[in-house]
Design a protein around this ligand. Sequence first.
Ligand code: MN
Length: 205
Amino acid sequence: MAIHLHINDLPPGLAFGDSVAIDSEAMGLKPHRDRLCLVQMSRGDGDCHMVHFPPPGDYSAPNLKAILGDPSLLKMFHFARFDVAILEHYLGVTCKPVYCTKIASKLARTYTDRHGLKDLCRSLIKVNISKEQQTSDWGAKELTQDQLYYAASDVLYLEELKKKLDALLKRENRLEIAKACFKFLPTRAKLDLYGWIEQDIFEHS
Ligand code: MN
């Protein structure tokens, strides 16, 4: 695995082909409160490109924004709802089209309620990833080697997971509903940013 660490933006001319796995790290889980610190990207070839936003955070990042907003590039996430919302909030760009391994797992693997990335890696591709650095200080001016390796492991396996999950979705006849959910995801993320986080507006009350 090679980690390419970039500060504030991707270098110009970087191409990811048809699809890219993306994850982000932030100071917490509330986009309005918690600063976006790192965006990790991998095209599934073992390489990981990361954009670090050291404090206070310069989010102009034209090259990263162009990649995220590219309508011909499929963006794969695990729990896209959070990443799409925080990327929209800080970078002002709507990620689409998107794929979410967590939603795919919930729709296809109804025999379990374990849909975390660690669970998916273990059950579907027999890979053990560590979640030890998840709660570390992502706001630091310089990130540690352990943080960078942890951050990379969050994107390195998404492509492989997608293949397994797509086969399960197909087998269970849930590909179409999954696609419809992925299409709606940027809107779901926007509802979070607008304040409808807990409340389900499709509910009667
Ligand atoms: Mn992560």
